[in-house]
Write a protein of this length. Structure first.
Length: 988
């Protein structure tokens, strides 16, 4: 492909083992550029590929030319609108009316034809679109450039997701409902998990948690982190991200560990002589009931050779060879078989790949069906989504090794190179209804290629499916992305017999799992640490994928989070610390002076870190002002101070995080008291302080811990590179949260609020759905390797010089979940004020504004004051009685109604009870048996907490200002929605 051929937005993320999926910002474009710049049209051919697929007869002969030509063209940009409801409709209508309507007809720009945007007719609610503009056109046309910007910002803000059209199909056929227990076996980077979560939350009211959950699993740990990041935007407490080889995802959990009651008091027996085992002691853990893990819905979107993504990843033209698909087949079958085992009777499983290759497609499905002996059936979904063009699955195909094609296993058995019987068609397979499988061809809908089979489990699997020894955890498994030397070695020790037919078949699977669980249980009972799973992958990153040792990350950690939320918090610090607008300038003036660290009595490390961070901000602002005023000497001085203060904040925060309870600085003997450091020396002083002796506070104790091993877990845990999950049990904090926000005691903060670090002052608090918590509780031996879970609802927030009653602010992400239960610290604001807040982000309160002398300049020559001021009397009087600190600003019910937004809910105690009860109902066991998939005309399949949230923002009341704590991109989106609805209303 020549350079001129590139699409304006490049392609999306890659598929398959090693290829990552980029989303957000311009990274797509960069990925794309690096992949395509060196691939010319002449490179887009591969004789082996053409020979293989011509022989397979999966492309009608008269379409072959079209098929190849389409594969050589770059992929259009495809995106879908996230969620459903008012916001999603608004976005769709805006796109249609403001942008796409202008591109209808035979539009040409400077002689180049513009392909009009195309709505994907089969995607529910008209929420998915395809755009096809070249980079060249983007440069020439303001309207195309505006569309580009809009889509980019909407993607950044999380209201749309870029995703290849056919990749959206498998989740639609899975028909996920809110009560389902869902497993996404190979989930990263998570575009389908996102859809599954939306379906799970579909129909949930704000504050309501669906009773089901989604476990998103991937064998690659780093890709699990990517997945966690990508799915944040759904705002779901029902997600657990795990890291296993899907073919060995734990099928049995040890159950909740029970401690036998103490025996009745009896006369003490003489101690047993040494070397004689004592009788099972009454205080020994009783072996718990085994708990079988079952799911109602399973997506097996397996790693594959990926030739369906040739348009997105043209480098595959060069790399494609017959061995790719052949070598993946055994792993794909293992994963599918294990999925069948984990599936609940009556449950549905979708097997999908992005390859045209029948060895990875029909061959796997056919072998799976045969092995399951009628326990699985292939569903006929031909009536679902009729506008989605598809080809029926094949009953016959050919298998090839590096030498030649073979018509049957008999032919290949002796001379075939690395071939397995399961890859071949057979009369028994030909009798299966394989035509029910679906293959999506690129030239039919200007898409990529995909294969989908929808299966239902109608009865328990025959025992013999899993009877044979597990001989085939072969090199394919050992080479799985993310597999560690430990797993690979473990796999090899299981061995591959000569006649294994390569399938990870089996076995001794039950035994292996049982042994694993028993060993882990024994180890746990002995309070030991068993690395029963994969061992340490050597990664040291937290749930967000940040390096633990990264100084910036730690700077915010114990230091009052001042530097954490740059967009949200910096503004708050600026205006809440002390005296508002006027204060900004006075601080700027002093910020040029080296900062004193020994001021004030009883300065704790936390306060010191906070003070240092604030000083850093003040100094940085001062430096900026000086640069703007052209005073380079002052700017340089202030910059050095900012640097030194920030370093100090990092150092003190490190110490605080490490659990040192340092003595107040002035406790030091007089001679050793902190001297005011000279400019440039602060960092060194801070380092010394950070290593000074202190009282070790020790890690916090909790009643349970699951997973992980990092972040202070006392026993080390099994997985030293993953953060553990543990309940927040500090009642002093819980009581403050309940009291400050007026949350009714029924709301299960006490049982469902967790932290990901065993810190005395955890930085973030996450809410986990009951269903996820139950799953974790069944896993008493911690077999499931949890990478992340929970919805962030609170973030630690302390501000200097402010009486901040609650150390945790709400997180905008978790607001839709907790808002209905919040009865204090919330105010209604008229739409105009909300617009002002979203636009300016910080509004000065009148008293502070009055204190600023208009026209006066600071010592460095900058104008004082001059900040947007909050003047609305109704808001000011509503704000007055509220405490300093976090609050929620929302539209009134009537304004929300008029503007067409979901009205904010303030649940009465009774309603709160009902909402909570409906959030934790037991999942019905009956699963719809209708052989239909969701997604028919007009049927709504998406939803989500975020999508249906009322119009409300987290804000911060300081002594001098009101600031909102929402990221800039999200502010812009909200502002756009609000203004557009207000405009509509005014023109009505
Ligand atoms: C086709 S991609 C999945 C795409 C994903 N479903 C989505 O929609 O974003 C295949 C994924 O399988 C993972 N993988 C490879 N081998 C695996 C295994 N044995 N078990 C689980 N995941 C595996 C890869 O790391 C990769 O992320």
């Amino acid at each position: 492909m020549g350079r001129g051929q590139k699409r304006g937005w490049g392609g999306g993320g890659g598929r398959g083992g090693g290829r990552g999926g980029g989303r957000g910002g311009d990274s797509w474009r960069q990925d794309k550029r690096s992949k395509t710049d060196f691939i010319t049209r002449d490179d887009m051919r591969n004789a082996a590929f053409e020979e293989y697929y011509r022989a397979q007869d999966i492309i009608p002969a008269d379409e072959w030319g079209d098929f190849l030509a389409t594969l050589r063209r770059p992929l259009p940009v495809t995106f879908r609108i996230n969620g459903s409801g008012k916001f999603a409709d608004h976005l769709r209508d805006k796109l249609q009316q403001d942008f796409f309507a202008k591109l209808c007809g035979n539009l040409t720009i400077e002689g180049e034809a513009v392909t009009p945007p195309r709505q994907l007719p089969w995607y529910p609610n008209g929420y998915a679109w395809q755009l096809e503009f070249s980079r060249n056109l983007l440069r020439k046309s303001p309207i195309l450039a505006a569309i580009h910007d809009f889509v980019k910002h909407a993607n950044d803000a999380g209201s749309i997701s870029r995703q290849e059209a056919v990749s959206m199909v498998p989740p639609l056929f899975l028909d996920v409902q809110p009560h389902h227990r869902v497993l996404d076996m190979c989930a990263a980077p998570g575009s389908k998990t996102f859809q599954l979560l939306e379906a799970l939350h579909s129909g949930s009211r704000p504050g309501q948690t669906p009773p089901g959950f989604v476990v998103a699993n991937d064998a690659d740990f780093m890709r699990c982190n990517l997945l966690t990041h990508q799915t944040k935007r759904v705002c779901s407490p029902c997600l657990m991200v795990s890291n296993h080889d899907a073919s060995r995802f734990p099928a049995y959990l040890a159950g909740a560990l029970q401690i036998s009651p103490p025996p009745p008091a009896e006369p003490a027996e003489p101690a047993a002589p040494k070397g004689v085992a004592s009788a099972p002691g009454a205080s020994e853990p009783r072996r718990p009931h085994r708990y079988q893990v079952r799911f109602d819905r399973i997506l097996a979107d397996v790693p594959c050779s990926g030739d369906g993504t040739l348009r997105k990843s043209p480098d595959i033209w060069r790399k494609w060879n017959i061995n790719g698909g052949n070598s993946l087949h055994p792993m794909q079958l293992r994963i599918a078989l294990h999925g069948a085992k984990l599936l609940e009777v009556g449950g549905r499983m979708v097997y999908s790949t992005c390859t045209f290759n029948p060895v990875e497609d029909e061959a796997v499905v056919a072998e799976l069906l045969l092995r399951c002996g009628g326990a699985l059936e292939l569903l006929d979904v031909s009536e679902c989504m009729p506008q989605l063009r598809r080809m029926a699955g094949k009953h016959q195909w050919k298998v090839k090794d590096k030498h030649r094609f073979y018509g049957s296993w008999e032919e290949a058995r002796v001379i075939g190179y690395k071939l397995e019987e399961s890859m071949f068609p057979s009369p028994a397979k030909a009798a299966l209804p394989l035509e029910r499988c679906m293959r999506f061809l690129p030239h039919h809908g200007d898409t990529g290629g995909f294969f989908v089979a929808v299966l239902r489990k109608v009865s328990e699997l025959p025992v013999e499916v899993f009877k044979h020894a597990r001989r085939g955890v072969t090199e394919a498994s050992a080479a799985a992305p993310g597999s560690t030397p430990a797993t690979a070695a473990a796999s090899r020790t299981i061995g591959t017999g000569p006649d294994t037919n390569g399938l990870a078949e089996p076995i001794a699977e039950e035994d292996a799992e049982e042994d694993e669980a028993a060993a882990a249980m024994a180890a746990c009972a002995a309070a030991g640490v068993a690395d029963a799973e994969d061992g340490d992958q050597g990664e040291v990153s937290d749930a967000d994928g940040k390096d633990e040792a990264e100084p910036e990350a730690n700077a915010a950690d114990g230091g009052g989070e001042v530097g954490e939320d740059v967009d949200g918090m910096a503004g708050v610090v600026e205006r809440t610390a002390a005296t508002g607008a006027a204060d900004h300038d006075s601080r700027a003036a002093v910020a040029e002076e080296p900062v004193s660290w020994d001021s004030g009595p009883n300065l704790t490390p936390l306060e010191a870190a906070r003070a240092a961070a604030e000083a850093a901000i003040a100094a940085a602002e001062s430096a900026l002002a000086a640069y703007e005023a052209g005073d380079l000497d002052s700017a340089l001085r202030a910059s050095k101070n900012a640097d030194a203060s920030a370093r100090r904040a990092v150092a003190v925060a490190h110490r605080e995080k490490a659990g040192f309870r340092a003595r107040p600085f002035q406790d030091k003997p007089r001679g050793q008291q902190q001297q005011r450091p000279r400019v440039g020396e602060e960092a060194q002083v801070a380092e010394e302080e950070a290593t000074a002796d202190g009282e070790q506070a020790g890690p916090v104790q909790t009643s349970w811990i699951r997973g992980g091993g990092g972040r202070g877990r006392p026993d080390g845990g099994k997985y030293s590179y993953i953060d553990p999950v543990a309940p927040l049990e500090d009642d002093s904090v819980l009581s403050i949260l309940y009291d400050y926000y007026g949350i009714p005691p029924d709301f299960p903060l006490r049982s469902q609020l967790v932290m990901r670090a065993l810190d005395r002052h955890p930085k973030r608090l996450y809410f986990v759905a009951r269903s996820v918590l139950d799953l974790m509780m069944q896993d008493s031996t911690e077999v499931i390797k949890i990478v992340s879970t929970g919805l962030k609802v609170f973030e630690r927030q302390l501000v200097r010089d402010q009486v901040n009653e609650c150390p945790y602010r709400l997180s905008q992400e978790g607001l839709p979940l907790v808002l209905p239960y919040i009865t204090r610290q919330r105010i209604e604001v008229p739409p105009q004020v909300l617009v002002q807040l979203l636009r300016d982000r910080n509004l000065i309160l009148p008293a502070a504004a009055a204190a600023a002398v208009v026209g006066e300049t600071t010592p460095s020559g900058n104008p004082r004051g001059n900040k947007p001021t909050l003047t609305d009397e109704s808001v000011l009087s509503a704000l007055a009685p509220l405490k300093l600190g976090c609050l929620v600003c929302e539209l009134s019910a009537s304004d929300a109604h008029q503007l067409g937004f979901a009205a904010s809910v303030r649940a009465s105690p009774e309603e709160a009870k009902a909402l909570l009860a409906s959030s934790s109902v037991t999942a019905p066991q009956a699963v719809p048996t209708k052989a239909t998939a969701n997604g028919g005309d007009g049927e709504e399949v998406t939803g989500g907490l975020a999508a249906n949230a009322p119009f409300a923002v987290v804000a911060w009341k300081g002594p001098a200002s009101l600031a909102i704590m929402v990221e800039k991109a999200e502010c812009a989106q909200m502002l756009d929605k609000l203004e557009s609805e207000m405009k509509k209303l005014s023109t009505c």
